[in-house]
Design a protein around this ligand. Sequence first.
Ligand SMILES: CN(c1ccc(C(=O)NO)cc1)S(=O)(=O)c1ccc(-c2ccccn2)s1
Ligand SMILES: [Zn+2]
Length: 346
Amino acid sequence: LNLNVSEIAVKKTPRVAYVHSQDLLTKANELIRIEGRAELVHSLIRTYGLLQYLQVVTPRPATQSEILAFHSSDYIQCLQDISAVSDSEDIEEQHKHEVESYGLSYDCPLQKDLLETASLISGASQAASQHIINGLADIVINWYGGWHHAKRDTASGFCYINDVVLCILKLRQQFDKVLYVDIDLHHGDGVEEAFATTSKVMTVSFHKLAPGFFPGSGELNDVGTGRGKYFTVNIPLMDGIKDKEYFSIFTKVMKQVKDRFLPDAIVMQCGADTLSEDPMTSFNLTHFGIAKCVCYMLTWNLPTVLLGGGGYHFPNTAKCWTFLTALAAGKKLPVDIPEHEKISTM
Ligand SMILES: CN(c1ccc(C(=O)NO)cc1)S(=O)(=O)c1ccc(-c2ccccn2)s1
Ligand SMILES: [Zn+2]
């Protein structure tokens, strides 16, 4: 049997890691707009027996100096001040002006351990990048992250610290060109703004753009400025878009991005508020539609961080991200959900 070894293309199974800890889960599970979601996501992943195929990475909180790589010191100081004050009534009195000027109201309500939680979520997204830089995995997943609206000195859209920006900045310590892909229903404005003037990070956002719809940015003609001109890509889409059209647009755009930008690493925000049953009632995707886009990106065989984001139908978001986790790990999922204490109560 004269086997010519060079003819056999050995398909390497990607090494997949999953950022998680009980502390992170508990804190993320109490975030006001998505209370209970983190627990549902993790327990579905665990119940499907996927943890055996993943390296579990335990995160530490991002340090103040790591957070200051993007955010302004006065904004972080404000987060510290309000986190020190125990209940929100005192905060309103003592820090009313500050709170308002940093976007800390309405969409970004003050909540218990705000800075602690946001620091740990950001530490988790940074740990994902660090794990790749250490050469320990090819794909790292952090479903607790993806808070893409936070600005340098303002909270926005339920986002306080922009873990996505910190994740990308960490990857840039090792990789020359980083590609950011955002398939959340909402425009990834905080990440786009952070890298609008550099050619080292290309941000590509597919999102709903409509009068009065949050955040209102992400026009087709917004292409970046200065050195970053043409390194910002915005694909505004209309309500009702389904898997087939979405995937056709996604692949047409990303093929060009791949050939022209030639990235060294990828960060992909996988917000699931594009699913048809999401309370945002905007796009009409299924988790298969989302999975096909993520799968397309994984076939590039580049170091990749997958992050969470929006997703307000919690069971469907958990199903979607569990499906993506299995996809990354190269595992097929059984159709029926295994016995699961959380699922049965839904
Ligand atoms: C602050 N807003 C955001 C911001 C960001 C997101 C998001 O998912 N970003 O990725 C969603 C809503 S907002 O003003 O559009 C809304 C607040 C509450 C909303 C809501 C609540 C229940 C059902 C439908 N919509 S939308
Ligand atoms: Zn969203």
